[in-house]
Design a protein around this ligand. Sequence first.
Ligand code: ZN
Length: 73
Amino acid sequence: MITKNTNSKQCHLCVNNAKSVDYKDVEMLKGHLDTHARIVKHRRSSTCSKHQRAVATAVKRARFLALLPYLAG
Ligand SMILES: [Zn+2]
């Protein structure tokens, strides 16, 4: 069965009028990681494609600087 996230339909970065995603904003990026520290798909986080790409790049930069883990759990 396909479950759909109906809580928030809009991209929260678009709502906050974010021009870019800061890789140093670790607390925000943690919201885009699951329990295994994988990047959450846009279908689940309801992030638009533009911001999903920016989030993925920011997470990868933060991982390289050891601000976020590559693996967890
Ligand atoms: Zn967006």
